[in-house]
Design a binder for this molecule. Structure first.
Ligand SMILES: Cc1cc2nc3c(=O)[nH]c(=O)nc-3n(C[C@H](O)[C@H](O)[C@H](O)COP(=O)(O)O)c2cc1C
Length: 156
């Protein structure tokens, strides 16, 4: 069985996509079999082929995007029961940032997924549509994924 990294990404600089790819590469480096897709590229029924899904979204107005939440809602019931999952987001580091991972995790739990890792919060900086990852965030994402692999059964 495989791991799916699925994400939404809205801005021109596609920060959440960048983090998703770092996570996917790190998972692969550590022995996991991984696919990584923008949510529109994933047919909900295909999710049942994965043992673990890792779901990411930019934080927008303190929440995940409506689109990634709709994607999660659309998963067929046989796609999720007892399967493993984890959440990540990108956001600007400030006191009132909010946190997209909270709502993603709540939805994953409600759907019957088992959370296998604390969430990854990835900080970006810069002006709208000219974002970049803050120093150290790429390494943090790599390390998060490496830790997550340790919690997956060898067959996932
Ligand atoms: C309309 C809009 C709303 C945003 N709201 C928040 C927010 O509530 N909290 C936060 O930390 N960042 C917020 N941001 C910043 C984005 O979360 C951040 O830039 C993110 O990395 C963009 O990801 P993307 O490039 O994958 O779309 C917002 C950005 C936009 C354009």
């Amino acid at each position: 069985m495989k791991t799916l990294v699925v994400y939404d990404s809205v801005s021109a600089t596609k920060m959440t996509e960048k983090v998703a790819k770092i996570i996917a590469d790190s998972l692969k480096e550590h022995g996991a079999e991984v696919d990584c897709f923008f949510y529109k590229e994933v047919k909900p029924e295909a999710v049942k082929g994965y043992g673990c899904i890792i779901v990411g979204s930019p934080t927008m107005a303190w929440k995940p995007t409506k689109e990634i939440m709709k994607f999660l809602e659309s998963l067929a019931s046989d796609s999720k029961s007892g399967k493993m999952a984890a959440a990540f987001d990108t956001q600007i580091q400030m006191r009132i940032s909010g946190n997209a991972t909270k709502a993603i995790e709540a939805k994953l739990s409600e759907l019957g997924f088992k959370l296998v890792s604390p969430p990854l919060i990835s900080y970006v900086e810069g002006k709208t549509d000219r974002y970049q990852m803050k120093d150290g965030e790429a390494e943090k994402a790599k390390a998060w994924a490496a830790d997550l692999v340790k919690g997956l059964p060898k067959s996932v």
